[in-house]
Design a binder for this molecule. Sequence first.
Ligand code: SAM
Length: 278
Amino acid sequence: MPGKLYIVATPIGNLRDITERALETLKTVDFIAAEDTRVTSKLLNHYSIKAPLISYYEHNKKEQGGKIISRILSGESCALVSDAGTPAISDPGEDLSRLAAESSIDVVPIPGPSAIITALSASGMKTGRFTFEGFLSTSRKSRSEHLNELIDEERTMVFYEAPHKLRKTLKDLFEALGDRPVCLARELTKLHEQFLRTTLSEAVSLYEETEPRGEYVLIVAGAEKKAPDAPGDVLPLVGERLKTGVTLSEAVKQISRETGAKKSELYRAALEKYKKQS
Ligand code: SAM
């Protein structure tokens, strides 16, 4: 019988933010795969947990992944933990979780803290719909492609950032998205926890004078909803669509869907202008 892979969420700062189920799992598994064994040892020592630890991180994940899967297939159970929060969310756990699922191993989540949800919950920003954008790439090309894709994003956007890259990221966000409300959630659950609710331009100025310290989650407001186009403005598009051979009513339906222009008004205007052509 194969064992199981447990995806165990651990604290993002405050060591007491851990569930009973997580502690029980860490105590009973055959071994723990940790992103940084020193970080995890502190947590295990705090709770007097003695379990064999192996490392599983970005630069050994290819070779270690296969070994961990073989051990689980031969009957051992493994708990995967990252440095902070929920494994597999913007950390190498993603690969192990996928490998296990592909090997038909039971992957059991043991939920708990994650910086995204912790930050969003106290940000005061709109949380009904949001997108998680993770870390922006350090490659110039993919970074600017990523930011360009977000210009018209109407949902609240959540980014992770390390302190030494914060200034550049704030500048790039401001240049790409314009001035918007932002909440900088810093050092969550730690002694110097802070929620800075401001705008991108003010955050850029502030961090020109202040040294960024600690881990950050950035929550950026989505773009304002665009007013739907007026029927008169999109009428030529109906004319273009008619040239593809569709009927007038189909052309109006398509253009109204694509532009947000009111269908009944567009139909009336189109009927007057293009009746003879349809
Ligand atoms: N898997 C983790 C989770 O569930 O949140 C995230 C791992 S990711 C490699 C690390 C990033 O999470 C940091 O760079 C920071 O953006 C964010 N983060 C983690 N702990 C944080 C904290 N206490 N306060 C603010 N941000 C934090």
